[in-house]
Design a protein around this ligand. Structure first.
Ligand SMILES: [Zn+2]
Length: 634
């Protein structure tokens, strides 16, 4: 059990701990609110303790009660502290009788940071509104008062009412055959940390993939999604062979509207996924491998606080590659590794990630938003470290070691130090002289990527490089016989290797040949549009604006906004697009774009019109827009 202090929670779990949560909530689309009660089962650990401290953000608390031994509810005194911009408001409840049941009645704010409320026009079907949560890292407190720290786990039950035409799902035992009647009940029997609490409501239907797996989506999307994700059961099989049984019952996917700010979120039993990975050829289903991998790394063995997040994301990125390799071959896994590693190298070189944030074992993050600190270091450097260990010790040794880590820490939270102790005792001490202390230190405590790390080198990318060089030198586009078999990864590498800017005629020739402007593939769009902006190529401006208005996944749209704000005209274009897109963006995406535009404001006032819309307040906190797009998946 992790006892280290979590600087992102007011809770005092060493004194009293929530072991079970019972929610009774009503979904009100008109008011954009959830309201109801949260009832906690408490374990009092400190014999002197008589206070329950919870995390909240922008909640209206209407009543707090405790139940005595006879089950009679009586009001408890409580105080809601002033709002901290990062942590929210501390809720202190006086529980003089140390009741084992406490109940809080509350209502969420329409601006809750962990919920997005979408008008019907922003859905695919355009008939019904949609609502979904995103609790990681510290947004669960904006829709449930909680000990909102990954160091505390609890089981939960929920009763949720909604308009009769809305299907409600949670990170729990969703029933594929549930009647859509506006009255739903859920149970999550495995203890989970608060950031895995999740809810969604809308016009959602189900299509099975296998006995224990399937897809929930809007009716127009569900079949396409089920086809794209058809290999999910095979992925579960691969992961089970490597790391032991899948312990969560069903594994379903929920496809959200394109405004979802991330690639995916590993909500247990029900991964939330962006529709932007559904490109028709399964080339981006590594996202499913990633979210599924979290069923071991993250959901089963959880980072004890957010500074330890590489234990979630680095391990998951490593496991994801193992699943991808087993199903689709090492070449695809290697292409994805090379893309990630080169991306991280660019971010380190450009100064996008401060040296202090380039270490895996991060120091305390007090005063910083965990969403802001997260970068590709946790994902790519974390996975790279495990790959280094795998290469040194061999799979015959490393695979059982990693499975042992998951088994021995199942349903627990862990710190970096605990993993390093485990590594020392169970791998390094048993095979001495394989890894030096200096090598270990380089991975865990030094910035950058160790010089001795093995760089991924895809064979297929050699062909792509040759084609690009031939085009750069002679202006000869690679023939269809070369490019037709290219997958998303090869096109990604082709675009990644182009110069910072290209002459407009060359941009036009590329666009005419390969139709990058207007591509439905967000991985290509997020590379092509910034290149177009930097190159002054405007033929695709309308398609670019449409892309920025439809998609809200941060990883895909931030590079284009970042390129746009570098010139006064681009900044104006970005502002106009943001103005139109904003009602459809998630609060997390809105905050990222607003912060970027605010930072760019002086350029505009120096260079351009007085009638520009007022700059967004510079007091907006500046959440990073890491290329990975925040805590959940790439
Ligand atoms: Zn992840």
């Amino acid at each position: 059990m992790a006892t280290t202090r979590d600087e992102h929670s007011y809770a005092q779990p060493d004194k009293v701990r929530i072991s079970d949560l019972a929610l009774d909530l009503a979904v009100d689309f008109d008011r954009k609110q959830l309201s109801g009660t949260a009832t906690y089962t408490l374990e009092w650990l400190d014999p002197q303790a008589t206070q329950l401290v919870l995390d909240t953000r922008d909640l209206t608390i209407t009543k707090v009660e405790g139940a005595n031994r006879e089950g009679q509810w009586t009001p408890l005194r409580y105080a809601l502290a002033a709002r901290d911009p990062i942590l929210g408001s501390k809720l202190t409840i006086q529980v003089p009788e140390r009741d084992t049941s406490v109940r809080v009645a509350y209502t969420t704010s329409p601006e809750a940071s962990g919920l997005q409320w979408l008008e019907p026009a922003m859905t695919q079907g355009k008939q019904q509104p949609f609502m979904f949560s995103q609790s990681e890292a510290i947004h669960a407190r904006s829709w449930v008062p909680l000990q909102d720290t990954p160091g505390v786990r609890f089981t939960y039950k929920a009763h949720v009412t909604a308009p009769a035409n809305a299907m409600v799902l949670m990170s729990a035992d969703n029933d594929p055959a549930a009647a859509r009647d506006g009255d739903y009940s859920f149970t999550m029997p495995q203890p989970i940390p608060s950031y895995l609490l999740a809810i969604a409501a809308g016009d959602l239907v189900f299509e099975p993939i296998s006995r224990r797996s399937g897809v929930w989506a809007e009716p127009a999307m569900v079949h396409k999604a089920a086809s794209e994700f058809a290999d999910t059961e095979k992925m579960i099989d691969v992961a089970e062979k490597l790391y032991g049984p899948y312990r969560w019952g069903r594994y379903d996917l929920l496809v959200l509207p394109p405004s979802f700010p991330f690639g995916g979120m590993e909500n247990p039993r029900l991964t939330f996924a962006t529709p932007t990975v559904i490109v028709g050829d399964k080339s981006l289903v590594s996202l499913v491998a990633h979210e599924l991998a979290h069923s071991w790394s993250g959901n089963l063995v959880t980072n004890a606080s957010w500074k330890n997040i590489w234990l979630n994301e680095g391990f998951t990125t490593y496991v994801q590659a193992r699943i991808t390799e087993a199903l689709y071959g090492n070449e695809l896994a290697e292409m994805e590794r090379q893309i990630d590693q080169e991306e991280l190298a660019r971010e380190i070189k450009s100064g996008e990630i401060a040296p202090a944030d380039q270490v895996l074992a991060l120091p305390a993050l007090a005063g910083r938003d965990p969403d802001e600190v997260l970068s590709d270091i946790a994902y790519t450097k974390g996975a790279w470290f495990l790959q280094f260990l795998e290469q040194r010790f061999g799979r015959d040794t490393f695979d059982p070691f990693l499975r042992g880590w998951f088994d021995s820490h199942a349903f627990k939270s862990a710190t970096s130090d605990e993993f390093v102790d485990y590594l020392q005792a169970n791998l390094l001490a048993k095979h001495p002289d394989m890894v030096t202390p200096a090598e270990l230190d380089a991975w865990l405590h030094q910035p950058g990527i160790p010089a001795f790390a093995h760089r991924a080198q895809s064979r297929n990318f050699g062909i792509v490089d040759a084609a690009r060089i031939a085009w750069s030198a002679e202006g000869k586009l690679p023939p269809a016989s070369i490019t037709t078999p290219w997958s998303t990864q090869e096109w990604t590498h082709f675009l990644d290797g182009l110069p910072e800017t290209l002459p407009v005629e060359r941009m036009g020739a590329l666009d005419a040949a390969y139709h990058f402007s207007g591509t439905p593939n967000g991985e290509l769009a997020q590379r092509w549009y910034p290149l177009a902006v930097r190159s002054g190529y405007h033929a695709g401006d309308d398609a670019m604006a449409a892309f920025l208005q439809v998609v809200g996944r941060r990883k895909l749209i931030m590079p284009t906004y970042e390129a746009l704000v570098k010139t006064p005209e681009g900044l104006q274009f970005a502002r106009d697009v943001f103005e139109k897109a904003r009602p459809g963006y998630h609060p997390i995406t809105t905050a990222s774009v607003a912060a970027l535009l605010a930072k760019a404001a002086p350029v505009a006032s120096a260079a351009s019109a007085a009638d520009a819309p007022p700059a967004v307040s510079s007091t907006v906190p500046a959440p990073a827009a890491p290329a990975t797009g925040g805590a959940p998946a790439p």
